[in-house]
Design a protein around this ligand. Structure first.
Ligand code: SF4
Ligand code: SF4
Length: 406
């Protein structure tokens, strides 16, 4: 295209500017502009986002990622009055990722953000003896509230059979890795049918029937013992898929979740793989599976503190007792969170009182919370005043860990 001082890009057929053609001799001006640190920073972030997400993200998704790349906490929205309805939708989406104007300052509730940021790094596991008590509600709201204060937070969804933290946190998943497990494979040509593998295996994952070894992969604990004991080297190890581990970010919350393949039972192995991605610093929130069996033990093992979420009903009490027995066995410091308080009866309160168990937080049985839950929203999105309760919860646990009396 011939150089012209009057740009007519709309009529240009060749678009050679895409290949670097400097049609209007602006290169030197641009270079000068990039001397400005702020412009250079914007340019760098824009290029990085384009490189990583071009064609993969929507424009709005790119804007969110761009603002995050630059570390922005608040984002302004300018719009024409004729597009008010559309602006409302955009505002609703952006408010999930950025601070809303007019949020209450933490100083005003007696929690200094600087102190909060310097509070202890630790791992808090959120568990419950029973499914559906609001474990994920507590875990996601706690993670998000603390992250909003500038503290590094990571959320690990270890409820790998039905992870649902993503519904509330709405993370961007940046990486997905296959999770595999090592199981034995028998070469029948080398096997002499001695049966030593079956005799060794404590899980009956390999048994010898009529001098022929059979492997039951779902029972295998990948100890490798059968391979070591085999006198003919007939056993080798092979990898079998059990699910996936996703990593990403929900606003400033680092997000990891495990997804177990349908029909697979090896959730402890997958939970281990999720926990291998635990951050070295900051607050780590572990959303454990319900119940009191192996998967929960694997999830809460190594935590500094465990919150047991229950509801004040006879069912809640029954499963709380089991969960208390579990954390006591593991010698894990813990406290109870009562969700939907005001519902049911007094038995959970009486039990906690008798057992000297502290009830550290109560979330009332509030229709607005139930409505938010039903559309995948966190409590603090619809009732921001609850954020203070979650901040105090963290403060209280942090002080305990530091050995102070709360
Ligand atoms: S690897 Fe261990 S658990 Fe699996 S079949 Fe062999 S001995 Fe059994
Ligand atoms: S130990 Fe080895 S040789 Fe013996 S039955 Fe098992 S696979 Fe075959």
């Amino acid at each position: 295209m011939k150089k012209s001082m009057s740009p007519q890009c709309g009529r240009c057929e060749s678009k050679e500017c895409r290949d670097g053609m400097d049609c209007f001799s602006q290169t030197s001006n641009h270079r000068q502009l990039y001397q400005d640190n702020h412009i250079a920073e914007l340019h760098k972030a824009a290029s990085a986002i384009e490189e990583r997400y071009y064609g993969k993200e929507t424009r709005l998704g790119e804007i969110i990622l761009f603002a995050k790349e630059l570390g922005y906490k608040k984002i302004g929205l300018a719009f024409c009055i004729g597009l008010s309805e559309e602006a409302k939708i955009i505002d609703e989406i952006l408010s999930k990722y950025f601070e809303k104007a007019g949020l209450q300052k933490t100083d005003s509730i007696g929690i200094n953000p600087t102190i909060l940021r310097s509070m202890l790094d630790m791992k808090i596991a959120i568990a419950s003896g029973k499914g559906g008590t609001g474990k994920t509600t507590i875990a996601t709201n706690l993670a998000y509230s603390i992250a909003q204060m500038g503290k590094a937070v990571q959320y690990l969804d270890c409820d790998v059979e039905e992870p649902n933290g993503h519904i509330f946190l709405k993370p961007y998943i940046k990486e997905t890795h296959d999770a595999t497990i090592t199981v034995p494979e028998v070469n029948t040509e080398l096997c002499d049918g001695c049966g030593k593998c079956g005799q060794l295996c404590q899980y009956s994952a390999i048994i010898c029937l009529k001098n022929t070894p059979l492997v039951f992969e779902q029972l295998c604990h990948s100890c490798g013992g059968c391979m070591l004991v085999c006198p003919t080297d007939a056993i080798t190890e092979t990898q079998k898929p059990i699910g996936f581990v996703d990593s990403g970010a929900a606003d400033s919350v680092k997000f990891v979740q495990g997804r177990l393949n349908v029909g697979d039972v090896r959730s402890p192995t997958l939970i281990k793989k999720v926990k291998e991605r635990t951050a070295n610093d900051g607050l780590v929130i572990i959303d454990a599976p319900p119940g009191t069996s192996c998967p929960v033990i694997e999830a809460i093992k190594g935590a500094d503190f465990c919150l047991l979420v229950t509801e004040p009903t006879p069912f809640g009490l029954n499963d709380l007792k089991l969960a208390v027995g579990m954390v006591r066995e593991l010698k894990l410091p813990f406290a109870v969170v009562i969700n939907r308080s005001g519902l049911g009866d007094e038995q959970v309160y009486q039990y906690c009182d008798k057992e000297s168990i502290e009830i550290i937080l109560e979330i009332p049985d509030d229709r607005r919370i139930a409505e938010a839950y039903s559309v995948g929203k966190m409590i603090i999105e619809v009732l921001p005043e609850y954020r203070n309760d979650f901040l105090r919860l963290y403060e209280s646990i942090s002080k305990r860990k530091a050995g102070q009396k709360v």
